[in-house]
Ligand binder design. Structure first.
Ligand code: KIV
Ligand code: ZN
Length: 556
């Protein structure tokens, strides 16, 4: 018998809500955001933030556009108290930003909390006590009435202390901590009792914050709980329903999103999900989820690198390279088929149409990332990646059959050196393998005459040190040159495929040509770069002929 025994656990009880409405709704606008980075997240750090780090984090949160920011637990920590005083005394709080502070429902702590906030223009005082069955029965060993009594007393104390500081616009917030593990009827009973003390109105609402303190059910269960709560709580029009999810099961964002469908107006969380245990709801992820659905997240997340820098400096925590939306590697495709699809979609994407790019849910440029990071080439990249980097960095549009051939060369090289191949190496591999227009035959010059649709060519070549002029006729310079070669060598040569294009930038050449020949039943490819398309075409044919000779001699 191992210790790993599922019978130790019970499933979360479902909520009786057969006519639940939330699954049929859609999120249409951003919720009110409240950052708790400077409290919960800060509490959960091995090294709490120092004053300079708290100030840096505060500046970032304001800059991102948060309008409600929980700045600490001033009654429990002198540094938090001092930080709140600094914010107020140094006039650091913009007019449209409200600070929030956390306090347990205890008289001495509440009194001290109001002292910390003296002089604030507007402030949210957030009082909480735990209501879940396990907390009541095992931690506090108190019955329902006694636990409700703590909440009511806390609510009364907030009212009493607030009355001492009438110059401040006070907003009261109550959290039934561990709400999602509380019986729903009891959670409503406790919150109703608090609401009854505060008597909020639509003009002066209070905030009721519903935490999934420990996430212990699927997000749909939390959504049912929130909808049930919203339907049963008193004075629904006078309360702002807020949610505060944690990420124990990895679903904090999903739970908050579904809670918004279920009626929540406000969402608490932290940047990149820092917080107790597995962390709080990640506001960057949820906001970017909204953004990618065409909804204004009402936060400016356009510079995630700045967020990551401040976050790591203040928390000493790393950001995973695959973190949703902003991780270092999330816009990098390694798989060849993904790269191919991205390249094709990007080519067709018009600036004024909705974003439709395979494998890229948003335009990385919106986050200050560029396409440089999209494609890297390794042994799994395939032709898409190879084609992408040659086009991007050297202006070369290889035909499909040459992409396939070059990809195999790149793959062998990547396996040989066991790693990623950069674009300069790919270009060199392309030159080495396909641009073989010098040995054993080299083009020195040519004369081309056209009569009707027929071209006559006289091509001066040097073959193994001997100069010759090859003559031939055909429709177009390539056919004429192939005809000249066939007369000269006695070989049966057919052009299987051919393409050319002008080169905008990336190399010194102005034209590129690619040709595939069938010589004696086998296919050979060649390419050339030159100052004009005719020279490039003739040299591409020569490259294929030279490669054929080299391969035939190697096989002989
Ligand atoms: O997770 C939680 O329940 C909390 C409360 C204090 C709101 O952080
Ligand atoms: Zn929390």
């Amino acid at each position: 018998m191992t210790a790993f025994d599922h019978r130790k656990y019970r499933p979360a009880p479902p909520v009786a809500l057969p006519d639940r409405q939330w699954p049929n709704r859609q999120i249409e606008r951003a919720p009110l955001w409240a950052s708790v980075d400077l409290r919960d997240g800060n509490q959960a750090l091995l090294e709490p933030m120092d004053v300079a780090q708290k100030r840096r984090m505060w500046a970032l949160l304001v800059q991102l556009g948060f309008k409600e920011i929980e700045v600490g637990f001033p009654s429990a920590s002198q540094p938090d108290f001092d930080f709140v005083r600094w914010l107020i005394e140094a006039r650091q709080i913009p007019d449209d930003v409200t600070v929030q502070v956390l306090v347990q429902a205890r008289e001495d702590l509440i009194t001290r909390t109001f002292e910390a906030l003296q002089g604030a223009k507007r402030a949210i005082v957030h009082v909480y006590n735990s209501t879940s069955t396990v907390q009541r029965e095992r931690v506090f060993q108190m019955d329902r009435e006694a636990i409700k009594g703590i909440a009511v007393r806390g609510a009364q104390l907030l009212q009493r202390e607030a009355a001492k500081y009438p110059a401040t616009e006070w907003v009261f917030q109550y959290s039934p901590e561990s709400f999602s593990n509380t019986e729903m009827d009891y959670a409503v009973e406790v919150c109703d009792a608090v609401i009854d003390v505060w008597q909020p109105t639509p003009q002066r609402p209070c905030i009721i914050n519903l935490p999934a303190t420990v996430e212990s059910a699927m997000p749909n269960v939390f959504a049912d709980q929130v909808e049930w709560f919203c339907r049963h709580v008193s004075r629904r029009d006078s309360i702002i329903v807020s949610v505060h999810t944690h990420n124990d099961r990895g679903c904090a964002v999903a739970a908050a999103e579904m809670a918004v469908l279920a009626g929540a107006d406000r969402v608490e969380g932290t940047l990149l999900g820092n917080g107790e245990r597995t962390g709080n709801m990640d506001i960057v992820t949820m906001a970017m989820n909204l953004y990618s659905q065409g909804i204004d997240p009402e936060l400016d997340l356009s510079n995630p690198d700045a967020i990551i820098q401040t976050y790591t400096e203040c928390t000493s925590l790393p950001v995973h390279p695959r973190h949703p939306w902003i991780g270092e590697m999330v816009y990098t495709a390694f798989s060849g088929s993904h790269q191919d699809a991205i390249r094709k979609s990007l080519k067709l994407q018009k600036p004024d149409e909705p974003w439709q790019v395979a494998y890229l849910p948003i335009d990385p440029r919106d986050l200050g990332r560029d396409y440089q990071a999209v494609i890297r080439v390794n042994s799994q990249s395939g032709k898409g990646g190879v084609a992408f980097v040659l086009e991007r960095d050297y202006g070369l549009s290889l035909p499909r059959w040459m992409q396939v051939e070059l990809a195999q060369v790149v793959q062998r090289e990547s396996e040989r050196c066991s790693g990623e191949i950069d674009s300069a190496t790919i270009y060199q591999l392309f030159l080495t393998h396909f641009v073989a227009d010098q040995v054993p035959v080299q083009l020195q010059g040519y004369r081309l005459d056209r009569e009707g649709t027929v071209d006559t060519i006289a091509a001066d070549v040097v073959e193994r040190g001997s100069a010759r002029t090859l003559s031939g006729r055909g429709e177009g310079a390539i056919s004429a040159f192939v005809d000249a070669w066939a007369h000269h060598s006695g070989e049966q040569v057919n052009v299987v495929d051919y393409s050319e294009h002008a080169i905008g930038s990336g190399t010194n050449a102005e034209a590129a040509a690619y040709v595939q020949l069938n010589i004696g039943g086998r296919r050979y490819s060649g390419a050339a770069l030159d100052h004009d398309t005719v020279s490039a075409s003739l040299k591409a044919v020569l490259s294929a002929l030279n490669r054929a000779q080299a391969q035939q001699s190697a096989a002989a």
